[in-house]
Design a protein around this ligand. Structure first.
Ligand SMILES: [Zn+2]
Length: 290
């Protein structure tokens, strides 16, 4: 997908599924739009969530937005991501780049399915996978997820993603904290709290084109039509709803392609205003024509 000077490629890692419990406050019988409970979003009675990385190439930069679940990581508290198999070179292959070519890694937040490929196991240790890249991480996420910030008695296994995926970056001096309003080359960091307290989204604006890397401010397109519906993963429910409405309005008003972290679509969706709310259309798959 072309956005101005940048080629944007989705690097799919895996798909996880979940039942109606994904949206505890929603009665699925009230969801009547046939697009919402059909593939690729819903199949066999289960919601489908893609785990993927977005890769941007242009203007001399190779930028990853989020870093997936990674391989071989101990995730006893997140069984779906426990000791996954996978190879970074194969993950990056569709974009035609190597890990050494990545110049920037922009993380939206620090959950297990967004930090995994930041490190890979080398000689028995977790080492930065992108050793020459600057890693841009929300300052509020660094503060919230640091083990020393945890309340007494927190399960120490909850710190494994920090210990194996973030601490090695900090030790190597590869991390720059960021806040809303900061820029990473062509990307503008936007406040996106709600799913986590410190989550950021990233807006790529290029001439007449734009894309919004929307992170986990929504998990399913039904939340475009029903922005008041939170998933069970929204840590701050009221903030999450306000963030969703604000970022959907931004995408609609700027014509930005919405590229969420978990839609199983290579080209995202186009959001538009509809009455007092929002609707969406699925873009045609990218043509292979030049
Ligand atoms: Zn996520």
């Amino acid at each position: 997908m072309r956005i101005g000077n940048f080629e944007v490629t989705r690097l799919p890692e895996l798909v996880v599924t979940e039942g109606a419990g994904l949206f505890p406050e929603l009665d699925l019988a009230t969801v009547t739009d046939p697009r919402l409970l059909a593939p690729p979003f819903h199949d066999g009675g289960l919601f489908r969530s893609s785990i993927h990385l977005w890769l941007l190439q242009g203007e001399g930069r190779v930028i990853l937005v989020d870093a997936g679940a990674g391989a071989g990581k101990d995730r006893p508290l997140s069984p779906r991501f426990h000791r996954l198999e996978g190879r970074l070179d194969r993950l990056l292959a569709p974009a035609g780049v190597t890990a050494a070519q990545v110049t920037d890694v922009a993380l939206t937040h620090l959950h297990v399915d967004h930090v995994g490929w930041c490190t890979t196991r080398q000689d028995g240790e977790w080492r930065p996978s992108f050793p020459t890249a600057r890693h841009w991480i929300p300052a509020a996420e660094l503060a919230a997820f640091a083990p020393e910030a945890a309340p007494p008695g927190k399960d120490p296994r909850a710190h494994l993603p920090w210990q194996d995926s973030i601490a090695p970056l900090l030790a190597a001096g590869l991390v720059t904290p960021i806040a809303p309003g900061d820029r990473i080359g062509p990307l503008l960091a936007l406040e996106a709290a709600g799913h986590t307290a410190g989550q950021l989204a990233f807006l790529l604006e290029q001439q007449a084109a734009a894309a919004l890397f929307a992170a986990d401010m929504l998990h399913q397109p039904l939340q475009i039509l029903l922005p008041q519906v939170n998933s069970r993963y929204c840590a701050l429910p009221e903030t999450a709803v306000a963030t969703r409405r604000r970022l959907l309005a931004l995408a609609a008003d700027r014509g930005a392609v919405l590229l969420p972290a978990h839609f199983d679509l290579p080209c995202g969706v186009l959001v538009r205003r509809a009455g007092a709310g929002f609707d969406f259309t699925l873009p045609r798959p990218a043509s292979s024509a030049p």
